[in-house]
Design a protein around this ligand. Structure first.
Ligand code: UDP
Length: 194
């Protein structure tokens, strides 16, 4: 897989459609996958905080989330095809999940937002199976959520805890899961909830 490295972060050289196809392939192969869709804020944070850079380096794929990253790649004479955002990746995965009846888990946001997000997904993607969910203001020392995900084995876990909590949570817990896509999607539940 070709990469473009910007400030120490290896961005996958792909477009939105190809990237979603890659994730679908990984689901079929039951390959555990950690995805970060990195905007300039993430790049800066990783360069300022070594602990955060460690989380970023653990990801299987880092995509260019935003025109700022695409522009930076262009300036470095190593262009990336286009931006690959967390929100678009989530929506395209939900659309395929609806066709293939994927099992998904939603983690993050306020309870009300999460409930509205579930409602929206049920309306727009009725064949997606939401196997579990949890709001994003939980006690980090409690293993209930990890235990649930271990048992449910969702195909995709959308993690909407904001930066850097979502990357930290995935990094710290992914080794306990068997398979599935784990992707940080920031404020996307707020958008879906409307
Ligand atoms: N969030 C959460 N737990 C927290 C902090 C934030 O679930 O401890 C949620 C928040 O409700 C929102 C999402 O994370 O739905 C994104 O939050 P924010 O806008 O602060 O992060 P950013 O978009 O800047 O990464």
């Amino acid at each position: 897989m070709k990469h473009v490295t910007i400030m120490g972060i290896p961005f996958i050289h792909t477009n939105q459609k190809q990237f979603v196809s890659l994730l679908v392939e990984r689901i079929a192969q039951r390959k555990k996958t950690f995805v970060i869709t990195a905007n300039p804020e993430i790049v800066m944070k990783a360069n300022e905080e070594p602990e955060f850079m460690d989380y970023v380096q653990q990801a299987d794929y880092v995509t260019a989330d935003g025109i700022g990253i695409v522009k930076a790649a262009q300036i470095l004479n190593n262009p990336l095809p286009e931006r690959v955002t967390g929100f678009d990746t989530m929506m395209q995965l939900l659309s395929i999940a609806n066709e293939r009846r994927y099992r998904i888990f939603l983690l993050g946001a306020q309870t009300e937002t999460l409930e509205q997000t579930i409602k929206t997904i049920n309306e727009q993607f009725p064949d997606v199976e939401i196997v579990g969910s949890n709001h994003g203001f939980f006690d980090w020392d409690n293993n209930d959520i990890t235990n649930q995900i271990q048992q449910l084995q969702p195909d995709i876990t959308f993690v909407a805890l904001g930066v850097p909590r979502q990357e930290k949570w995935i990094s710290e817990n992914i080794s306990t899961f068997g398979h599935g896509i784990f992707i940080g999607i920031g404020g996307s539940f707020d958008v879906l909830a409307g």
